[in-house]
Design a protein around this ligand. Structure first.
Ligand code: HEM
Length: 131
């Protein structure tokens, strides 16, 4: 099986939405426990929630890239860079959330998804403006 741009983003989108459901299921097994992971407002619990939500948010970003590219025939090099940047951002964001929940010093690694997603957004915007 060989997947290419932008089909990889479509696969990523639905895989991440499914992982969002699965992570919600795991949170749901414990969320009734008042002090689970230090309580609802604890740093650890907030990062777990952020990881859960990021699956949906970044799955949707990848779906939007797929739909934009296919609907408006965006084929320039910027769109390919954006495609990879959104994949890197989608993978590294929940990883950073779950790792930082247990190792707060790892928060600097959030720079990877943040920079990647900003760059991806800018490259795609640039291609769209050129249309
Ligand atoms: C199978 C589906 C889902 C399950 C089982 C699920 C489960 C959960 C659970 C148990 C929590 C609470 C976590 C905690 O107590 O710390 C939560 C929080 C949250 N979920 Fe989901 N979820 C699902 C789908 C979704 C979807 C589709 C979205 C949005 C696109 C979403 C967005 C959120 C948000 C924003 C929070 C934080 C709410 C807050 O802090 O007030 N979830 N989810």
């Amino acid at each position: 099986m060989k997947y290419s741009f932008p089909q990889l983003n479509l696969i990523m989108a639905w895989l991440w939405i499914v992982l969002g459901f699965a992570s919600g299921f795991l949170l749901g097994l414990n969320f009734h426990r008042e002090n689970w992971l230090g309580g609802y407002a604890s740093f650890k619990r907030r990062l777990y929630r952020l990881g859960h939500i990021s699956f949906f948010g970044l799955g949707t970003v990848n779906l939007l890239l797929f739909l934009t590219v296919r609907t408006f025939a965006v084929v320039g090099p910027g769109a390919q860079v954006a495609s990879w940047a959104f994949i890197v951002g989608a993978i590294t964001m929940p990883v950073c959330c779950f790792v930082t929940a247990h190792c707060p010093k790892a928060r600097t690694f959030f720079a990877v998804p943040v920079v990647s997603l900003i760059l991806g957004g800018c490259f795609l915007l640039w291609e769209i403006i050129k249309l």
